[in-house]
Write a protein that binds this ligand. Structure first.
Ligand SMILES: [Zn+2]
Length: 460
């Protein structure tokens, strides 16, 4: 079976074939570093990581870029609130983000790109759009994308263009059909010309760049067009993100990028669905969100969240409840225990299970079915422990649950000392003392089991 992905652009599952067969070029919209991302945001990164791991498992080389939005309306607003420079403020949350993705076992992208390092590239794209007549400068010096000039605008989210002639707009330019919006975020029923470059105003404080376009800063959407194309070329294979980024962010990325280059920007658009809380969308504005810190405060391993998400297809909505997450953690602990019990030897990967596992994942990342293979391997009575271990480690290249990090806990020094004393007592045939020591060891949570070839210490 060939690898198939659901392409949001065509609304169909398609065979995956990269533009360059040697290397898949993939871009993921990363976080806006103004706060701790909530666990709903992390679904997007766990999903992108899973897609990437599947590509690697299939033998592809993957060049993966993830951006860090370190300048936009929100980072400026909140850095000012805290009285910090934009750099100091965003660097703090960038570091926190790095810690979080590590705890979720997300593979580090080939490169993280910071928006503030790509201002020149953004200016160049905007210049091209101005030259082609797809963008215009407004009276305050800001530059907007003219969606009325883009016949394909709305193709990703399939918008019916609404003609909204405002009197102000009509007076200024009778040919213009759309109003304009400076804010980075807005709703689908409010489509307007969006800001590519925002002329400086006093709310921006000391955040601005002096460029050929004037004094100002970029809009959010142009950042991703510049960072993706600078690193991956004008046409990329895969662009991932949360479904909430489809509009306006991704629609605008397509308009800007394809407007500037005349080429198809992205071959496969992939979006993950929402995480709901009480059937409502988890969001910062609704204040119904949890961060990874809420999980660790409850002593829940963040990997349990990854595991819980893998139990659902990335394109289905999931409703977050603590009971479900705690249930996932119990199941995960059980898997880890089963793995520990396999011993130390690593045998060979079972090809039959590997094939089945691949087949499920090739069907648009069917992780719920792929997970059943993991349980099947543990349950298989005809496989040796060593082969089970090799197979589990192989499957985990995609699942990312971290089996390779599980080590037998070391027996405490104190217990080892008592075990030694007990052994001496036994050799001296002092069985009373030997029994007393056995009880003492037991009270510390360990058990000594005698066998023909010595003894074994086990945790109770
Ligand atoms: Zn983006």
């Amino acid at each position: 079976m060939a690898l198939k992905f659901y392409n949001t652009l065509t609304r169909e599952k398609e065979d995956f074939s990269p533009i360059d067969p040697k290397e898949v070029r993939m871009y993921t919209c990363g976080p806006t570093v103004y706060n701790y991302p909530h666990i709903g945001n992390y679904r997007a990164y766990i999903f992108a990581d899973t897609a990437k791991r599947v590509l690697l498992y299939e033998g592809y080389e993957v060049k993966h870029i993830m951006n860090l939005t370190d300048v936009d309306d929100k980072t400026i607003r909140d850095s000012q609130k805290e009285g910090k420079s934009l750099k100091e403020f965003t660097e703090f949350y960038t570091e926190e983000f790095f810690k979080d993705i590590k705890s979720l076992n997300i593979l580090t992208p080939t490169k993280f790109t910071k928006a503030t390092d790509y201002i020149d590239e953004m200016v160049n794209i905007i210049k091209k759009l101005l030259e082609k007549g797809l963008a215009y400068k407004s009276e305050d010096g800001s530059i907007y994308f003219d969606i009325g000039k883009d016949k394909e605008y709305g193709k990703l989210v399939r918008l019916e263009k609404k003609i909204t002639v405002t009197s102000e707009c009509a007076l200024e330019n009778p040919e213009k059909r759309f109003g304009r919006i400076k804010s980075d975020e807005y709703e689908k029923d409010n489509i307007q010309d969006f800001a590519l470059w925002k002329a400086w105003d006093e709310n921006d404080g000391d955040v601005f760049w002096e460029t050929e376009l004037g004094k100002g800063r970029p809009g959010w959407h142009i950042e991703c067009s510049a960072m993706s194309m600078s690193n991956l070329g004008e046409s990329l294979d895969i662009h991932t993100g949360g479904i909430d980024n489809m509009f306006p962010h991704h629609e605008n990325e397509i308009a800007q990028s394809e407007g500037a280059t005349g080429k198809q920007f992205v071959k496969y658009w992939m979006h993950n669905e929402w995480v709901l809380v009480d059937q409502k969308k988890m969001s910062k504005s609704a204040k119904n969100f949890y961060t990874l810190r809420d999980l660790t405060d409850k002593n829940i391993n963040p990997i349990a969240y990854r595991f819980w998400l893998l139990m659902a297809n990335y394109r289905t909505r999931v409703n977050f409840v603590w009971d479900a997450l705690e249930g996932a953690e119990v199941a995960l602990k059980r898997l880890f225990r089963l793995y520990k019990d396999l011993g130390n030897d690593i045998g060979t990967v079972n090809v039959k299970y590997q094939q089945k596992f691949k087949e499920y994942l090739e069907d648009d990342l069917d992780t719920p079915r792929a997970l059943t293979i993991l349980w099947d391997v543990f349950k298989d009575e005809n496989m040796s422990n060593a082969d089970k271990k090799a197979t589990v480690l192989d499957l985990d290249k995609v699942l990312g649950l971290g089996f390779e990090n599980i080590k037998e806990e070391e027996t405490p020094e104190k217990v080892l000392k008592l075990v030694k004393e007990r052994e001496d007592a036994r050799i001296n045939k002092d069985f009373k003392k030997s029994d007393e020591l056995r009880d003492k060891i037991k009270s510390l949570g360990y058990e000594v089991k005698d066998s023909s070839d010595g003894y074994k210490i086990e945790k109770i």
